[in-house]
Design a protein around this ligand. Structure first.
Ligand SMILES: O=C(O)CCC(=O)C(=O)O
Ligand SMILES: [Fe+2]
Length: 268
């Protein structure tokens, strides 16, 4: 974990020219973005503020679809360290999914079996610089993760992550070497809303820089997203409409653009 965080810190500390070698801009004019690479997020609407962060977004799964052109060559250890980190978080993903299935009293492998070897996994490294006006700008706007499961690793003890419950924001404590596991919308649907995908955000602070690393795990685009049959009976009807994951992902982006949550529109 330390090696991963150090590699990330070294990457972000490099001069801009070096980081731009992994840029997420297609033509350098700031209009065409690609999913992978270094930069800030695409502006999808003029109505909301920008996020106060820089990020590097890289595909890690499926392994044979990694685009090394976007993986930093500096620091030199970066690729090996991310490779090792990603292989461990993938095992952790399966462990957590099995534990959730056990808690729900369904087949232990139910969720793991929903993930084919074509399912995607992304690493998203964030750098949140100190911000002179935390009252005006967020590090990351409120959202819920649209995927299955996110494994989040926050540098040292720099807080900032907050989770919303009944309209109020609560701080998520930051502790060294502690991972935060976030349920995504797809898992909320699959477990029929028993465990929810929380709305969260990151606030900025004036003094400290903050680094974090989110590993996002998804199901394959062709998977039918629906509540696990083992959780349904006459007394427990499905609470979400079923749909293909790829249609869900398309809906996610469209709704996010409008500042809404797609999952709310699927509730029965
Ligand atoms: O940086 C963080 O702590 C949170 C990141 C996050 O919520 C996300 O990438 O979806
Ligand atoms: Fe998130």
């Amino acid at each position: 974990m330390d090696a991963m965080m150090s590699a990330s810190r070294e990457f972000f500390r490099q001069p801009s020219e070096e980081k731009q070698k992994c840029s997420n801009l297609v033509d350098g004019n700031g209009k065409h973005y690609q999913v992978e690479g270094y930069g800030s997020d695409k502006v999808v609407s003029e109505d909301h503020g920008l996020n106060w962060n820089d990020r590097l977004h890289l595909r890690v799964e499926p392994e044979d679809e990694r685009n090394f052109a976007k993986w930093p060559s500096q620091p030199e250890s970066f690729r090996d360290v991310l490779h090792e980190y990603a292989s461990k978080t993938k095992k952790l993903r399966d462990l957590v999914l099995r534990s959730i299935a056990k808690l729900l009293d369904i087949d232990e492998d139910y969720f793991v079996n929903q993930i084919s070897n074509k399912a995607s996994g992304f690493a998203r490294l964030y750098y949140y610089p100190p911000c002179p006006r935390p009252d005006l700008v967020l590090g990351l706007r409120p959202h819920s993760d649209g995927n299955l499961l996110t494994i989040l690793f926050v540098d040292d003890d720099v807080g900032g992550l907050q989770v919303q419950r009944d309209g109020k924001w609560y701080n998520v404590p930051a502790k060294p070497h502690t991972l935060v596991i976030n349920l995504g919308d797809c898992l909320e649907i699959m477990n029929n809303g028993i465990f929810r995908s929380p709305v969260h955000r990151v606030v900025t602070n004036t003094e400290k820089e903050r680094l974090s690393l989110a590993m996002f795990y998804a199901v394959d685009e062709e998977t039918v997203l629906e509540p696990a049959p083992g959780l349904l009976d006459d007394k427990r009807p499905p609470r979400y409409r079923k749909m293909l994951t790829k249609d869900f992902v398309a809906g996610l982006f469209e709704h996010f653009r409008q500042g809404k949550r797609f999952i709310d529109t699927l509730k029965i």
